[in-house]
Design a binder for this molecule. Structure first.
Ligand SMILES: [Zn+2]
Length: 378
């Protein structure tokens, strides 16, 4: 089946040029469930565009009867970020107008859902599905105030108008996948919320994940998931376990400004597996085997910042296993005191492996150099 394609107006620039989003929709034989996948929210993180393109190709070969539900895909979901440049660098992690991180701007209903206790009391008598429908309806009503604000003569800042567009496409989804990469050079991993998602994570066939045991960043995945987790917890406190059929993922596929074929493959195959597991895709003769994933806490990732300015040299490469006390890198440090340049060694504080490294080898004091994951790379 071919997707239906919708081009959605995003906003207009001073020059009169306009930005759009393009949405690719595959609607299967029933539309009882929805998957929403987007890529390139951060400007330099382009890898997901290749993943989505391959997914569109793959889904196009299927019959309508092989898709149970709807799959919505939005590549290049942030045209302003994608097109931003500084010399050779694609630097669009932050909106250059207001300095905000494009993935820390989203509307989080959990923060505005003041009557959650009342909602739970009123819904105790219903089944899980009805509770979710009612909760989504309540969330939509609150969200519609965002549009009212935008449409007022005083309107709203660009980031509010932008997030309204993405969240209005994704709010009613069951499963949300936001494809990123490092802005630097990194291994492939995913972010996973605690609970039922830890089981689903095994189907992405990615070796590593970061467990979101602490979070409150107004990121896209959080803004989607936090209201549902709050609802689930509230019911649980009253002794009722409800089955919330909602999951939210951020995939981090390799390095910034790159579409490494290996990372692209991991993304495409992982998402296909996941959609089969969730019974959205019905693929013949498709063997589905869960694969162990090592989920580490955010506290396991330690960023190393340059203790002084200079040039990075002899840095250990990505994935290198290190012991506490091993040399991680050197800083070639210059001075203006009439002395020769000197070499400063930087050592690992803990055992672990090199998780992420900066693209730029020139650092001011306090610039990011690398991240160490204090966990075995097994
Ligand atoms: Zn990102």
């Amino acid at each position: 089946m071919k997707p239906t394609i919708e081009t959605l107006n995003l906003f207009k620039l001073a020059s009169g040029d306009e930005f759009f989003l393009q949405l690719y929709k595959f609607v299967g034989k029933r539309s009882n469930k929805k998957v929403y996948i987007q890529s390139n929210l951060h400007g330099s993180e382009i890898v997901g565009n290749a993943v989505i393109t391959q997914l569109i190709d793959c889904l196009s070969t299927l019959k309508k009867s092989q898709i149970d539900g709807e799959i919505w895909l939005v590549p290049v979901c942030n045209p302003l970020g994608t097109n931003q440049r500084n010399h050779f660098f694609s630097s669009g992690r932050y909106n250059s107008y207001d300095g905000k991180d494009w993935n820390r701007i989203f509307w989080d209903y959990e923060k505005f859902c003041y009557d959650l206790d009342e909602f739970v009391q009123q819904n105790l008598k219903f089944d899980s599905l009805t509770i979710q429908e009612n909760f989504l309806q309540q969330q939509r009503i609150a969200f519609s105030k965002q549009l009212e604000k935008i449409n007022n003569p005083s309107s709203a800042p660009l980031f509010e108008q932008y997030r309204y567009q993405l969240q209005s496409l994704s709010m009613d989804a069951n499963y949300v996948i936001d494809i990123h990469s490092s802005s630097n050079e990194c291994i492939d991993y995913l972010f996973c919320f605690p609970g039922q998602q830890q089981e689903s994570a095994k189907y992405f066939h990615i070796d590593y994940g970061i467990l979101m045991d602490t979070y409150d960043g107004d990121a896209f995945d959080e803004a989607f998931m936090k209201p549902w987790l709050a609802l689930e917890n509230k019911f649980e406190k009253l002794g009722r376990k409800i089955n919330i059929d909602r999951e939210s993922w951020t995939l981090e596929l390799g390095s910034g400004m790159k579409m490494d074929p290996e990372s692209v493959n991991i993304g495409v195959n992982g998402i296909k597996n996941y959609l089969v597991k969730k019974e959205i895709l019905k693929l013949e003769n498709y063997s589905l085997i869960p694969q162990d994933i090592t989920l580490v806490s955010r506290q396991n990732i330690r960023n190393y910042y340059a203790p002084t300015g200079g040039m990075i040299q002899n840095r250990l490469s990505l994935k290198t296993q290190v012991k506490a006390g091993d040399k991680l890198y050197e800083i070639l440090s210059f001075n203006k005191q009439g002395n020769l340049p000197e070499i400063i060694n930087v050592y690992a504080e803990k055992d672990g492996f090199i998780f992420d490294i900066s693209t730029n080898y020139s650092v001011n004091q306090g610039d990011y150099v690398l991240a160490l994951c204090s966990h075995d790379l097994s």
